[in-house]
Design a protein around this ligand. Structure first.
Ligand code: CTP
Length: 448
């Protein structure tokens, strides 16, 4: 008996899938179909799948072509499946030509012609109108957002505005789908959503204009400089039924999401202290130091506070900040925070470097996320017995932005459903602490 194996996601099963399954079956006597697990798709960055694993398996089962259906859960599983099931032929559509040649060591590899004019991607795109998203403010963040945006379906980045025409020209190079606009208002009129990536002191004005124009907003941190601004923006978003979302990308990394769940499930006991550090020494530091809103706490504060706020889930009862400044620009800020059940400290640098790690101390052990923790794919749970260190690794695709964009779109399409997002309360708690700094409630140390 000749055994054939093939793999796929089989989302919104279409005639291209059925044709491929028939051709695959015709290659032998027995067909095994591997359907990708949700977690595996997430890990390889395929975030646009609209049906669950159970539904996709049912799609394949109903064709009646497969003799056996298995689940593909991890990278490298194909070799193990081929050996385990005694497979003679591995086959897949011609969109993968060359990618699986390495399997010819284990069985025959056949690339079958793909059916033209149909794909799950096109079906998903037709199911819902594509959201047009504009970008206000271009820099390396906007660049990464643009690249990641292409991998998430349901949205297209169509517009850009920056007050500096030269920067805008540079940004638009090679991006044929992007139209440049001469004003924020003109851009907003043509979009359904917007990434606000301007300097923090412009956020308030831009967020209000976007909401008034009926756009959903994703805004880079810090979204607000004062609580009053935050409350006004949220009030306006509610009035209009729009989503106001902080672009806190770390929160959506698969490893970080799991780390938070582990802490909450008590693996390290009760949390008593959290120590967070982040820093960056950018290339054009001299230029950056001219704008105080790009300084250490403005730039890193929201990110550094995020794990503390997410884990303690209560109001900060005391805060002591010390900032190292020169000509009004903060290069480094150190903060001690008190909470009803524990303490926390942050160290953030811009133009000054610290080891960017995260340590969460609990009564049973501690959780260690190595630098740069805000781009994490790995962490360890350590207890008294150092032979028993538990290591967790979760790969992610691209630079992680796509997970955040996917969550933003998910929120727009499912406003009532829960996601791990930075909640309004979390943002307000971070804003309250940043506002102290903004209003000068901070010990200043002049750098020589
Ligand atoms: N396939 C095909 N013809 C199509 C679409 C898919 O022969 N028009 C084949 C693929 O080559 C693969 C299998 O069907 O062998 C499963 O593909 P899958 O990735 O699930 O489907 P796509 O429609 O390509 O999905 P997407 O658009 O999400 O990439």
């Amino acid at each position: 008996m000749k055994k054939v194996i093939t793999y796929g996601t089989y989302d919104l099963l279409h005639h291209g899938h059925v044709a491929l399954l028939k051709r695959a079956k015709a290659l032998g006597d027995y067909l095994i179909v591997g359907v990708t697990a949700d977690g595996f798709d997430k890990e390889r960055g395929k975030l646009n799948v609209s049906q669950s694993l159970a539904e996709r398996i049912e799609n394949v089962r109903q064709t009646g072509i497969a003799d056996q259906i298995i689940v593909e859960e991890y990278e490298g599983q194909k070799i193990s499946d081929i050996q385990k099931y005694g497979v003679d032929i591995f086959t897949i559509g011609s969109d993968w030509v060359g990618k699986f040649d390495y399997l010819s060591e284990y069985c025959q590899v056949v690339y079958l012609p793909r059916t033209r004019g149909i794909s799950s991607t096109s079906l998903r795109a037709n199911a819902k109108p594509t959201l047009r998203l504009g970008i206000i403010g271009v820099d390396h963040v906007a660049e990464r957002f643009f690249v990641a945006g292409k991998t998430v379906s349901g949205m297209e980045i169509t517009a850009v505005y920056d007050p500096d025409p030269q920067k805008m020209t540079k940004f638009c190079r090679g991006k044929s789908t992007l139209e440049r606009y001469e004003s924020v208002e003109a851009l907003l009129a043509d979009c359904g959503a917007v990434l606000i990536n301007s300097d923090p002191d412009k956020h308030y004005e831009h967020i209000l204009s976007a909401l008034d124009a009926g756009c959903h907003v994703i805004c880079t941190p810090p979204m607000f400089l004062t609580l009053e601004m935050a409350q006004e923006c949220y009030r306006r978003a509610d009035e209009k039924g729009l989503i106001l979302f902080e672009a806190m990308k770390t929160l959506y990394f698969p490893a970080f999401e799991h780390m938070l769940l582990l802490v909450k499930s008590g693996v390290i006991g009760a949390v008593k202290d959290i120590d967070v550090s982040c820093s960056q020494v950018p290339e054009q530091m001299e230029q950056i130091a001219k704008n105080k809103y790009l300084g250490s706490l403005y730039d890193w504060g929201s990110t550094a506070l995020m794990p503390i706020i997410k884990i303690y889930e209560s109001e900060c009862t005391g805060c002591d900040l010390t900032s190292f400044q020169k000509e009004g620009f903060s290069y480094f800020t150190r903060g001690f925070l008190h909470y009803p059940n524990g303490t926390a400290s942050i160290r953030v640098g811009k133009g000054m470097k610290v080891e960017g790690e995260l340590v969460i101390t609990g009564t049973k052990g501690y959780l260690y996320v190595p630098a740069p923790w805000w781009r994490t794919d790995y962490f360890e749970v350590r207890t008294e017995d150092l032979r028993n260190v538990k290591k967790y690794y979760y790969s992610y695709e691209g630079d992680g932005f796509r997970y955040m964009i996917y969550n933003f779109l998910y929120r727009i399409n499912n406003p009532e459903r829960y996601t791990i997002q930075h909640t309004r309360q979390d943002v307000l708690r971070a804003t309250a602490l940043l506002e102290r700094f903004h209003k000068g409630e901070c010990t200043l140390v002049e750098l020589g």
